[in-house]
Write a protein that binds this ligand. Structure first.
Ligand code: HEC
Length: 127
């Protein structure tokens, strides 16, 4: 019975730093430079070969469509491939040479494209 209260207190105290980081992160977002045109250039040079020029026409049905996916999901996925947290021999090789800002730009570019798997893109980027 009297074990309950301290447990909850401890739990919420340990969440505080994360809540603070989340708030700071929200303020930091607009400052992070992202360059959709640079993303487009890199995408056309490298990624289009497999994911299609429009991000919707992959060369194989098992290759994912990137257009219109959430920017943070794309960025997170690329970082995971880069650091072997998501393991795939093809994408691991693609993501390893990408810099942090290239990843940010590529994610911003593909998120800005009209997707065929969801229609949230118009809400993220007003184009
Ligand atoms: C040689 C073919 C090939 C190239 C080139 C390639 N990809 Fe991929 N990509 C794949 C395959 C195959 C997968 C699915 C891997 C898996 O199952 O995790 C994938 C998955 C992804 C995913 C995960 C999508 C999801 O829905 O989870 C992202 C993001 C991605 N690629 C981005 C890129 C970017 C950005 C580039 C260019 C720098 C690129 N890819 C170049 C083949 C390729």
């Amino acid at each position: 019975m009297n074990m309950r209260a301290p447990t909850i207190q401890r739990a919420s105290a340990s969440l505080l730093p994360f809540a603070t980081l989340a708030v700071l992160g929200a303020f930091a977002l607009p400052v992070q430079a992202q360059d959709i045109d640079a993303g487009r250039q890199k995408a056309e040079e490298v990624c289009a070969a497999c994911h299609g020029k429009d991000g919707n026409t992959p060369i194989d049905p098992s290759y994912p469509k990137l257009a219109g996916q959430y920017q943070d999901y794309l960025e997170h996925s690329l970082l995971d491939y880069k650091h072997d947290r998501r393991k795939n021999p093809i994408m691991g090789a693609q993501a390893k040479p990408l810099s942090r800002s290239e990843i940010r730009n590529l994610a911003a570019y593909y998120a800005s494209l009209p997707g065929t798997i969801s229609n949230h893109a118009d809400r993220i980027t007003q184009r």
